[in-house]
Ligand binder design. Sequence first.
Ligand SMILES: [Zn+2]
Length: 115
Amino acid sequence: MAEQNELYAQGRTKPGPKVTNAKGGTSYHNFGVAVDFALLLPDGRSVSWDTKLDGNADRKAGWIQVVDIAKDLGFEWGGDWKTFTDLPHFQMVFGLSTAQYRAGKRHTQHNLMKL
Ligand SMILES: [Zn+2]
């Protein structure tokens, strides 16, 4: 939460560009049910956010291949959002709001069965 609040302050009350619209406790990242990704480049150390990159020359953008796999696994993709598109973002929230997570509610096997 503190780290998220620090990120939120950047570009508002602290110098630097804005990097998030979410205060601490309002991001699913704060509850371990969201991840952001990038493509690992062949050097094994650097990453790319190029959504058009076709690193294995199979005529398919690697980014979209990752998205397709994640969506098959049941993740919601930020690239499908209408109001704020977040291309590196995946989440699996189990039907719970961030307010419910803040209140201590967590998914259970019962919640999983409803998916
Ligand atoms: Zn994210």
